[in-house]
Each structure stands twice: as C-alpha cells, then as structure tokens.
Design a protein around this ligand. Structure first.
Ligand code: HEM
Length: 238
C-alpha cells in the first residue's frame, strides 16, 4: 500500500501509475495521501498507548519545549519520508546497473577494489543519475545570480541534473568516472537546512545493493533500453 501510494504521488503524470484524466488523477493523489496519513496517525495512536523502540514512537511522543507534532504534521512528515526514501534510491540503483553496463572499464575498476572505490563511486552515481530532477523553491530574500535579479517571493525551480553537469565545476562533466575527486555534486541538495535527511541511508543502500549484486551475480547486466524518457539524464540548458 505504501509503495502503491508513493508511486502515485510521485507519478508525474506517468500513465503507468496514474490516470490520464486530470480529475481522476487529482482524486488518486488525494486518496494516496489520505491513506498514508491514516496509516501513520493510526500507528501513532497505538504507540502513544504502548510505546515501542521505533521511529513512529519517537515521532508520536517527541516533546520539544512543550511542543509536539500535531497529527497533520506527523502525517506530512511521514509522507515526505516515505516518498523521498522510495523513488530516489531505486532510481539510483537501477541507473547504476545501466551505468556499469555501459562502462565496463568503470565496473572492472570498481570490482578490482570494491571497498576502497565504492564510496566515490556512489557519489559519482548520484551525480550522473541525479535521481531528484528538480525542486520548486520560493525565495526568502532578493538575490542576484549570474547577472539575473531575483525578488523575495519569486518562485524558482532548481534543476539538480543541470547543476551536476556544470562544466565549470566538473571537468568532463558527461563522463562517468568513479574516481572523480573532488566531486561536489548537489544530487542530495546543497549544504543547508533542507539537505537530504536520508543521504547517509541512501549511500548505504546503494553500497549494500551493489556489493551483493556484483558479488552474487557477477555477470548481471542491464539488458534493455531505459524506458522512461524523463530519466534520460541529459544536460538541461533551461
Ligand atoms: C539517492 C537517493 C536520494 C537522493 C538523490 C535524494 C535527494 C534529495 C534532495 C535533492 C533533497 C532536497 C534538498 C534541498 O532542498 O536542498 C532531498 C530532501 C530530502 N530527502 Fe532525500 N534523497 C535520496 C534519498 C533519501 C532517503 C533514502 C530518504 C529517507 C528515507 C530521504 C529523505 C529526504 C527528506 C526527508 C528530505 C527533506 C529534507 C528537508 O526538506 O528538510 N532521501 N533529498
């Protein structure tokens, strides 16, 4: 149920997950959010009655200077967490197999010293894949960037994959190089209060999955063309 609902919320109008009829799609998104909210608020009630050693108990009973999360806040945090944690890592992991298939030299390099190279390799995978394509932000103050003036309240879109292909930051930006150093990619966002909360978990998931896949099934290869056009990672000049 969680997987189905997070897929609907992140579908981006992909007909594999959501209706092409706009009204129906809106209902599907609202229902998905509601089902997830009911799941966590129900769990929170149980945990308030019987505290356990788990995340929902911690969230449901957290009390900072007398302030607690309301059920609505708990629900939106939970939805953010499961949505953000689901699509991102599976996209990174599937693309990593495609990248290692397309670049046998990099695969060989990784396997020659997996434990030493997997750390930088994961960063390069996240840079090249940029699983989160964009985020919409509202400016909290006036700013000038690259000669463009922006005003407080302006709505902006951050294109992570464009930033991660910036030739002025990354030499040979289109090259997949697991030894790239330094690698100041912004695939998890840039330093600040909204930097990805799950970055360490994501790095660990990708590492664990590649370690097991490449040792248990050493000949595994991506065998088909990537099917979803929006995940073809090309630089954006938008
Ligand atoms: C490769 C995997 C992942 C990528 C590429 C990724 C990327 C991102 C990006 C770009 C942001 C926005 C940062 C910003 O606004 O500056 C973000 C935020 C966030 N991510 Fe991730 N993420 C990944 C995995 C995860 C996982 C596994 C979790 C949790 C289980 C997670 C939880 C979150 C949360 C809760 C936020 C919101 C943080 C906030 O606004 O305070 N992410 N992530």
């Amino acid at each position: 149920m969680v997987l189905k609902n997070t897929n609907i919320i992140l579908s981006g109008a992909d007909p594999e997950f959501i209706s092409e009829d706009m009204n129906e799609a809106i209902t599907q998104i609202l229902t998905a959010g509601q089902e997830l909210a009911e799941l966590v608020t129900g769990l929170a009630e149980q945990r308030q009655a019987n505290q356990a050693d788990d995340l929902v108990s911690a969230l449901a009973t957290a009390n900072i200077d007398g302030e607690q999360l309301t059920p609505a806040e708990l629900a939106s945090f939970f939805i953010l967490l499961v949505v953000a944690g689901n699509e991102t890592t599976r996209t990174a992991i599937s693309h990593s197999l495609a990248l290692l298939t397309e670049h046998p030299d990099q695969r060989e390099l990784l396997l020659a010293d997996f434990e030493a190279r997997i750390g930088p390799a994961v960063e390069e995978i996240v840079r090249c894949v940029s699983p989160v394509i964009w985020m919409r932000r509202t400016l909290t103050s006036d700013a000038v960037m690259n000669g463009h003036a922006y005003r407080e309240g302006d709505k902006t879109v951050l294109f992570y994959q464009a930033a991660n292909r910036d030739e002025s930051v990354f030499p040979d930006a289109m090259t997949f190089d697991i030894t790239r150093s330094p690698n100041p990619h912004v695939g998890f966002g840039s330093a600040g209060p909204h930097f990805c909360l799950g970055a360490h978990l994501a790095r660990r998931e990708i590492t664990a999955m590649l370690r097991e896949l490449l040792t248990r099934v050493p000949n595994i290869r991506a065998s088909a063309e990537q099917v979803t056009p929006h995940v073809r990672r090309k630089p954006s000049r938008a």
